[in-house]
Write a protein that binds this ligand. Structure first.
Ligand SMILES: [Zn+2]
Length: 467
């Protein structure tokens, strides 16, 4: 891009022209000047930018841990120079953090920068975000626009139906930065700001109406859907999937759709994720849970979950999700169990040895949901199948061997042996429905056996009596 402007000074500052990429030449034409900017990466039309003003320019450098090095160029109005310099102090740290999570900064042969805009807002123009404000209080916006360099700029939504891929990732990146800065509390507090209760699908139905694309749903619910995907897959698989997506040669410097994202996460996890994207991206609203629980004299705990959104509002009857339950015991200890909830009314049973004093439903809000304890919901162990019945473990207590039998056929399943504090001791994948497992090399004591099938996992406590 060549930008020719009058050779002028306003209020003591030379008027200059900025754009994407690098300034390679400034030509003096007498009364005018020509600024030659060159950008050598693929770019979508709506991220092309030019700005002309009497900017003050300041610069920083990014030196990444992988050896990459490029300038950070900021163009601001003179009055805001001090506050802007304060506001971008952490930018190199944010670039390093996102490089670690998403892969190297996409435009590392050129630059990153921001240019100040005279009215409210910010747009992630490629290598040169325009923003109203670079002050420290706007750093959330600054990291949002930075994250867009990966999601939006490098990987552009295939069309505006999938605009949530741009805004969802950039908004979720704000929560990841909050987690990086302030730990889990920072993360969960940030995500609480993204709860979205309105109707409409995340998949934008009307992509023709250009004034109606950037609705709050694609930011808030977009971020929440990524948060929920993390909840379903667990941190390891989720971040592996994010990196695979953000470094996929099929998408980088090109486009991606919701289906592309789903495929990546299905490949990484080996899970069928159609149910997840169907209900959260292509359908509306969220589950409204009612739950109740009771314990029998043998200390087995039974609980029932009912999804009330159909009865209340005539919305889709079932959202299929893993639900975390934090269970408190008489001695002050607690344990977190996860049940796979895929029916409108569903009951679960757990074998505990202690008196349960309380149960918290999805305490960290891994699901966009409403939930309420409802003592009116029937819980009776007679009509319930305890979750432990999904797998038979014999004998328990045991000596050196246990035999595990899955009560429903499955292609393959995973066995995990965990210590009394939940630490993983051994893991193995089996295809046979019934296997004999040798425990002879482990000392006697309490263990947990976790059996993971397609959509369900079951944890059973076992006692090994002999060394
Ligand atoms: Zn954005």
């Amino acid at each position: 891009m060549d930008i020719t402007i009058p050779d002028t000074v306003i209020m003591g500052n030379e008027v200059i022209a900025v754009s994407n990429g690098l300034l390679v030449n400034t030509i003096d034409n007498g009364d005018t000047k020509t600024f030659q900017w060159r950008h050598r990466y693929p770019i979508v039309t709506y991220y092309v930018m030019a700005a002309v003003s009497n900017f003050v320019h300041f610069q920083d450098m990014f030196n990444g841990t992988s050896g990459e090095s490029f300038p950070l160029d900021y163009y601001v109005f003179e009055d805001d120079l001090g506050i802007s310099q304060q506001g971008v102090v952490d930018m190199p740290e944010a670039i390093q953090f996102y490089s670690d999570v998403f892969g190297l900064y996409p435009f590392r042969n050129e630059k990153y920068g921001m240019t100040q805009l005279g009215f409210y807002g910010a747009i992630e123009n490629q290598t040169n975000t325009i923003t109203n404000n670079m002050s420290p209080s706007w750093f959330d916006v600054s990291v949002h626009e930075l994250a867009h360099m990966w999601f939006g700029d490098m990987i552009t939504c295939a069309d505006w139906h999938h605009g949530w891929l741009n805004e969802g990732f950039a908004t979720y990146a704000e929560a990841l930065w909050a987690e990086h800065e302030n730990g889990p509390n920072g993360y969960f507090n940030n995500m609480a700001g993204n709860e979205y209760w309105q109707g409409g699908t995340l998949y934008l139905q009307n992509a023709q109406d250009t004034f109606n694309i950037f609705q709050s749903i694609i930011y808030s619910k977009g971020a929440y859907v990524l948060h929920m995907l993390r909840g379903v897959l667990g941190d390891e698989m989720f971040f592996e999937g994010v990196l695979d997506y953000a470094q996929n040669p099929e998408f980088i410097y090109k486009n991606a759709s919701t289906e592309d994202l789903q495929n990546v996460f299905e490949t990484v996890s080996g899970m069928e994720l159609e149910f997840f994207f169907d209900q959260w991206v292509f359908d509306e609203y969220f589950p409204i849970y009612r739950y109740n629980y009771a314990q029998n004299s043998g200390n087995s705990l039974y609980m029932t979950i009912y999804q009330a959104q159909e009865e209340l509002y005539n919305r889709r009857p079932v959202f299929e999700m893993p639900v975390r339950l934090l269970i408190h015991f008489q001695d002050g200890s607690d344990t977190l169990v996860t049940v796979w909830n895929d029916q409108q009314t569903q009951s679960f049973g757990f074998d505990f040895e202690m008196q349960v004093t309380g149960l918290e439903f999805d305490p960290e809000k891994w699901i966009l949901r409403q939930a309420q304890f409802d003592p009116g919901i029937q819980v009776g162990e007679n009509e319930l199948i305890p979750i432990t019945k999904a797998v038979t473990i014999y004998p328990n207590p045991t000596g050196n061997f246990i035999e595990l039998t899955l009560n429903r056929p499955t292609e393959s399943w995973q066995f995990e042996l965990m210590g009394v504090n939940g630490e993983l001791i051994e893991t193995q994948v089996y295809k046979k429905q019934s296997v004999k497992i040798d425990l002879s090399r482990f000392p006697g004591g309490l263990y947990f056996v976790k059996v993971i099938t397609d959509h369900q996992f079951t944890i059973v406590k076992i006692v090994k009596t002999s060394d």
